[in-house]
Design a binder for this molecule. Sequence first.
Ligand SMILES: [Fe+2]
Length: 276
Amino acid sequence: MPHACLGSASTTDWDDDNIAKGYGHRRLLDGHDAGVEGNGQRATGWNRLSSRPCVGKRNNSLMSFNMHEQPTGPARRRLLLAAAGLATAALSGVATARLATPQQMRGPFYPDRMPLDQDNDLTRLMDRGPSQGEITDLSGRILDVDGTPINDALVEIWQCDANGRYIHTGDQGGRRRDPGFQGYGKTRSGSDGRYRFRTIKPVPYPGRAPHIHVAVTAPGRKPLVTQLYVEGARENSRDFLRSLLSAEELAAVTVPFRPSRDGSGHLAARFDIVMT
Ligand SMILES: [Fe+2]
């Protein structure tokens, strides 16, 4: 007997299609490593909507009905309410399911000698003067895919200074290292998942668009290593590592750096991180 379906959309499981990209180095003019910055994986998973032709079983009176015996009166009202509830649940699923922040390569310049000062203000190293570069307040939340804040996650960042130099003995670039820039910092997320750093707006170096390396670890979570990019940077379209990411992944790791509204004259950037 024919029956009509209410129709539905539901979130599917994670597409855990991790693609190992291998390890390699390509030397550049200033000694930086370009295109392939280490050993990493590309996480391509995200929740998708999948249309199902039918919800429930045919014998469930709320889920299906005979086209030729459509209910009327109170029964029809109950049916419509049930349909509305299903639609709300489906939309709710869309709103809360989040794309996991994509894994990206760690790169060769994670500090091999940690600075004495490792706090979350990278613009001051010990008692030295402020660093060069555009001071930026970088903040965000560490969340799971359902949007639940992750407390006490260790968040590390590292990046080159305003002259394109990392604090790494393997970075023998020609320009002088900024002695006031810490180059690396770490902090922990609060109970609301929030974290914050004071750093500089990243600058490009040969072969790479401006980026900040980010690593996050939290109990019971898959360790995350990724990179954050600057929205609108002209080098973005020529960056090999960015070319490995899907449009959705790029959107998740590319953020605007805007003038802060607190009157400090700093920039502000917000980067929410989603862990699996
Ligand atoms: Fe880098």
